[in-house]
Design a protein. Structure first.
Length: 274
């Protein structure tokens, strides 16, 4: 039985790829994408600006829908993921759509060695850094990938809310705000998060909580400067069962529930050389 967290997580993500690509619930909007649509959600679509002509590294890209959407928007983009199944499917989607994007199979901690050249934008969104034990090392990798004057765009579930769970009809704190590197949160979920009831064989995962201060500190220590930080009362998945989906495709808590910061986004830049 595997004990290495990356091996455990990779097996789960390899299995999830086929379920997500089938997209029986429409969570990933695959059919709309194949018809020429864009899979970026409302928050990132409004924040990233014009990416035409930018060299973009999309870290932890899964099976490439957002990577290919960035290419559709005019970016020169490379997606990186540790799942061989995800990268294979991403390459198939690129071939089917005729979109020009490259895909590389590698652990995100090996991204500097796996990717050639420097990038104008490093793009990381929705459920990525919780799979990483060392946020300081992640920040260093991001900094190493950026060209002078380049930027990171990060959009994630809010760490203060990810510590909460739905227990007996209430939202309550369950997890500590910071997870030790050598003691990840072990979970076993019978199905994946897109609503498909297909049972998972590889249902175990390992995750880490990273406080907002640690995330920003990791970027600062990597030589990046914070341009802006936004907090949002919305998510792209229903973290709690009482959340409802709005016309913009984002999930929010009901009006009679105290509003919480459900996600955050930031942009951090690497100084230009003089």
């Amino acid at each position: 039985m595997a004990t290495d967290p990356f091996t455990i997580n990779r097996r789960c993500w390899d299995e999830r790829v086929g379920i997500h690509r089938r997209d029986a619930t429409g969570f990933y909007r695959v059919e709309a994408f194949l018809k020429g649509g864009d899979t970026l959600n409302a928050i990132e679509a409004s924040e990233i600006g014009d990416v035409r002509g930018l060299r973009v590294a999309h870290l932890q890209c899964h099976f490439g829908l957002d990577t290919l959407s960035l290419a559709r928007r005019g970016a020169e983009v490379t997606g990186l993921d540790f799942s061989s199944e995800a990268i294979a499917e991403a390459r198939r989607l690129a071939a089917v759509t005729g979109l020009d994007a490259a895909f590389v199979e590698a652990n995100v901690y090996d991204a500097r060695a796996a990717l050639e050249g420097d990038f104008d934008l490093v793009y990381v969104t929705w459920g990525a850094i919780n799979w990483l034990p060392d946020i300081a090392r992640w920040g260093s990798i991001v900094g190493s990938l950026l060209a002078p004057g380049g930027h990171l765009y990060l959009l994630e579930g809010h760490p203060s809310t990810l510590c909460l769970e739905w227990v007996e009809g209430r939202i309550v704190p369950v997890y500590p705000w910071r997870t030790p590197r050598d003691a990840p949160i072990a979970s076993c979920t019978p199905t994946t998060y897109n609503g498909d009831p297909t049972p998972l064989v590889n249902a175990e995962t390992r995750e880490w909580m990273h406080p907002l201060g640690d995330i920003i500190g990791a970027l600062r220590d990597a030589g990046l400067a914070l341009d802006w930080l936004h907090e949002h009362a919305a998510l792209v998945w229903p973290l709690f069962p009482n959340m409802t989906k709005g016309a913009d495709g984002l999930y929010r808590l009901p009006a009679d529930q105290p509003e919480l910061a459900l996600s955050f986004s930031l942009q951090a830049g690497k100084p230009k050389t003089t």
